[in-house]
Design a protein around this ligand. Structure first.
Ligand code: GSH
Length: 332
């Protein structure tokens, strides 16, 4: 793993020395928005109109952030207009690559063999980490966005006028509730598992792992009262939680030492994970070989042998029982 410095690739692991063993995630750099008429969005420049066959999505099946974008692409039927490339699960000294392997989808747009080439086509002097997901514009030959939380917002509505599947996962009336859930879940769960796993001091690890389970306990109680986080309607907040829950027992419990409890020990979180996995179009976005292979093989500082555990055995297709909950959500 590494990063670009003035457009030149440098092989370098995360620096946690300057932050007392704490992992600090870098802000995404490309923050433009696709909009129905090409006007500018909440950030970045204008000129990215929603059109068929103009955009391309680079993902990694292992990555929970990229996984959100794959899910929204499926939910909104955008797989018909936005093709994808999927990197190899192994992230070594060259960062993300398109090294052939099962499930790898080569770069049909830029012909890159490593993802950092795509970043330097967009900006020859780019400095920073080379992350997935990347939403690419074939017209302007540049990166629209490399921030998953914003890509899913674009996918949610920007293509509605040109044939996207209906469905609003960020409805106006629920925005304050979704935003507040997102911010707690991002900090303590989605990014919380990384802060625990990449910590290089006991203190930094415990600072992340206790709040992670406090929030999981809270979410378990919430999901005992109603089917989804905001009541009886599935929203963006549920999908953002799901990609972390799905990886939790197979990877985060062991590899990232998030082992106070498993998701399988929480009846409601576990049923919720199965229900979302079974949602039409979603299981096709899941690749456990990439998920397990990536974490256990790529993070050599955590797992130097690169051995991928064969278990645990988990049946995501088992009946979820969530439809037995009252249709209208109770108090939150
Ligand atoms: N804020 C970004 C985070 C994306 C991210 O960190 N992706 C990871 C994969 S799980 C990555 O590509 N890491 C490569 C690196 O840090 O060098 C988003 O949500 O889109």
């Amino acid at each position: 793993m590494g990063l670009l410095v003035d457009g030149v690739w440098k092989d370098q692991w995360y620096d946690t020395k300057s932050s007392s063993g704490r992992f600090q995630r870098q802000e995404s750099r490309f923050r433009n928005w696709i909009t129905p008429d090409g006007s500018s969005g909440p950030s970045g420049s204008s000129g990215f109109r929603a059109e068929h066959d103009r955009y391309h999505l680079y993902v990694c099946y292992a990555c929970p952030w990229a996984h959100r974008t794959l899910i929204f692409r499926a939910l909104k039927g955008l797989d018909r207009f936005i093709p994808i490339s999927a990197v190899n699960w192994y992230m070594g000294s060259e960062g993300w690559t398109f090294e052939p392997g099962p499930g790898v989808i080569p770069d049909s747009v830029n012909g890159a063999t490593r993802l950092h080439e795509v970043y330097t086509i967009a900006d020859p002097t780019y400095s920073g980490r080379v992350v997935v997901p990347v939403l690419w514009d074939k017209h302007q030959k540049t990166i629209v966005s490399n921030e998953s939380s914003e890509i899913i917002r674009m996918f949610n509505s920007a293509f509605d006028g040109i044939g996207a599947t209906s469905g609003d996962y960020y409805p106006e009336a629920l925005r304050p509730e979704i935003d507040s859930l997102n911010s707690e879940i991002y900090d303590r769960v989605n990014n919380g598992v990384y802060k625990a796993g990449f910590a290089t001091s006991q203190e930094a690890y415990e600072e992340a792992v206790w709040p992670l389970f406090e929030t999981l306990d809270k979410l378990e109680a919430r999901l005992a009262r109603h089917r989804y986080l905001c009541g009886d309607r599935i929203t963006e907040a549920d999908w953002r939680l799901f990609t972390t829950l799905l990886r939790f027992d197979p990877v985060y419990v062991g590899h990232f030492k998030c082992n106070i409890r498993r998701i399988a020990d929480y009846p409601n979180l576990w049923g919720f994970t199965r229900e979302l996995y079974q949602w039409p179009g979603v299981k096709e976005t899941v690749n456990f070989q990439h998920i397990k292979g990536h974490y256990y093989q790529s993070h050599k500082t955590i797992n130097p042998t690169g051995i991928v555990p064969v278990g645990p055995e988990i049946d995501y297709a088992a009946p979820h029982g969530r439809d037995a909950l009252p249709a209208a959500g109770g108090p939150t």
